[in-house]
Design a protein around this ligand. Sequence first.
Ligand SMILES: C[S@@+](CC[C@H](N)C(=O)[O-])C[C@H]1O[C@@H](n2cnc3c(N)ncnc32)[C@H](O)[C@@H]1O
Length: 282
Amino acid sequence: MTSNTITPKEYQAFREFLENASGIVLGDNKHYLVTSRLTRIMAKFSIASLADLMTRLKADRALRQLIMDAMTTNETSWFRDSYPYDVLKEKLLPELSVKKNKPFKIWSAACSTGQEPYSISMIISEYLMGRPGSLSSGDIQIIGTDISSDVLQQAKAGVYDNIALGRGLSLERQKRFFKEKGSQWEIINDIRKRIVFREMNLKASYTALGKFDIIYCRNVLIYFSPELKKDIMFRMSQALKPKGYLILGGSETISGYSDEFDLVRWRSGVVYQLKTRTTVNG
Ligand SMILES: C[S@@+](CC[C@H](N)C(=O)[O-])C[C@H]1O[C@@H](n2cnc3c(N)ncnc32)[C@H](O)[C@@H]1O
């Protein structure tokens, strides 16, 4: 398959399939993306065209998962953008430590290969080191979810090579939070033990996850339609405890999508806090 051999009808059918399955909206002219991501898989399964692929996908769940893994963009890094981690350490954790109703729960929605939830867990450990007794290690649970089984497998393994570690991790944190495993590095149990990883599509229901104090939903809404962004933000507001926080990616905003949150400015950035709703009776 090459970009030129994809017919408009095939392209349209594939776009619809992808958006229905994952929410990811493919632009009008992303034929090159489809070919570059799918050619290898299609060759392996002797699938000649997108039309053939669509037929096979109806009955083959494993193939469906492979296509989903291939079509997602899993770009991530340690302490990405630094702000979401500074605000956690200096504002949100001090606020949580005076609250009751433990355990506190943090959701890394669309966690890719694990850098986001592991960075959150490292921040928690650093916070606790500086303030013994303020919270105990088991007081905070993190759940990392993603639609891609491939990236989740890497996240669960918690083993990274030097190139992956070089993206945002200081040498000091590498020494403190990883142990050598051959030519690679494995995250230590103290950091790993707070996190549970689970495969989950953000289009599906969140009710089984329980309620969260903080949700990180970063660098994933950019792939979705305005309607799906609205729907996800609304359902995330329902998945937060009172006064809970939503943290979005640097280029993402609630503006125009949700009025469930107050914008809270802290230093050079913003976080979103669930509004307190007053119920009017009668
Ligand atoms: C660019 S990465 C962002 C990772 C991390 N949050 C960060 O900011 O570095 C986007 C992730 O969203 C996941 N994703 C895409 N569509 C999804 C969906 N419908 N449900 C859950 N995860 C999805 C992809 O598999 C990918 O790992």
